[in-house]
Design a protein around this ligand. Structure first.
Ligand SMILES: Nc1ncnc2c1ncn2[C@@H]1O[C@H](COP(=O)(O)OP(=O)(O)OP(=O)(O)O)[C@@H](O)[C@H]1O
Length: 231
């Protein structure tokens, strides 16, 4: 049964790759607006879980739903559409398109959704301003600092007002101070639009920005607890 407060819900999901049981009977309910870190040893199943929650991987067993709508049962096309309309992604290297200016990188999800260029560019510009990047709209990713490029990636993840933001090592190669700043911006921006945030990380300092902490070991949830987030 799905918890009625849950925005993103996994019900007894399992996923194997050959003999490797990457996820074993994992259940999870993430309420709207909650930030959650997922930690665990290398190979414990963190990325597999994130990819299943995103609908990128299909679990062998179990169900995933977003706002009550099935993620894991729908077709590839329906899952792509669901990702575009209701999910935002932030990955280690930002995954910005290097040849496009910042504003076009941020506008892209809205253009793919079929919004007008005026609306897409207007909202992208507004988000860049909100994240402290006013004046840098025309810069290409290579002309930005690591921290600035991550903010562009955060703006792109949030511009479509997603229900959930999924982040895999979002501060990856950044130094500690810049990483902390990126987490401050990411958690505040997700909270600002009421999006749930799921952050996979190896770094306890990154995890500390989240309200809830899940530890995965051998494909299973070992611990799951909430504490007061960093200021
Ligand atoms: N596409 C795949 N094909 C085969 N095995 C895979 C595949 N993806 C993951 N695995 C295996 O599943 C297990 C879980 O991998 P996963 O990437 O989810 O772990 P992780 O906790 O994210 O690891 P890391 O912290 O090193 O990124 C590992 O044993 C991994 O080798």
């Amino acid at each position: 049964m799905t918890n009625s407060n849950s925005m993103l819900s996994a019900r007894s999901i399992s996923k194997s790759f050959g003999d490797v049981h990457a996820l074993v009977d994992v259940s999870l309910d993430i309420p709207a607006g909650q930030s959650v870190s997922i930690m665990g040893p290398s190979g414990s199943g963190k990325s597999t879980l994130l990819h299943c929650l995103a609908g990128i991987l299909k679990p062998d067993r179990g169900d995933i739903s977003l706002g009550g709508d099935p993620v894991s049962l729908s077709s590839d096309a329906a899952r792509s559409r669901l990702r575009l309309d209701r999910m935002g992604f932030v990955f280690q290297d930002g995954q910005l398109l290097p040849e496009l200016p910042a504003v076009e990188n941020v506008a892209l999800p809205l253009l793919l959704q079929g919004r007008s260029r005026t609306e897409a560019f207007g909202r992208a510009t507004e988000w860049l301003g909100r994240l402290g990047l006013a004046g840098l709209e025309r810069r290409r990713p290579g002309q930005l600092s690591g921290g600035q490029a991550h903010r562009v990636a955060i703006a792109r993840a949030l511009v479509g007002s997603p229900a959930v933001v999924l982040a895999d090592e979002p501060t990856g190669a950044l130094d500690q101070a810049t990483g902390a700043e990126v987490m401050r911006v990411l958690t505040a921006a997700a909270k600002g639009v009421g999006a749930s945030l799921v952050v996979v990380t190896h770094d306890a300092k990154v995890a500390a920005w989240c309200e809830r902490h899940i530890e995965i070991v051998d494909g299973q949830v070992l611990t799951d607890f909430a504490r007061i987030a960093a200021a």
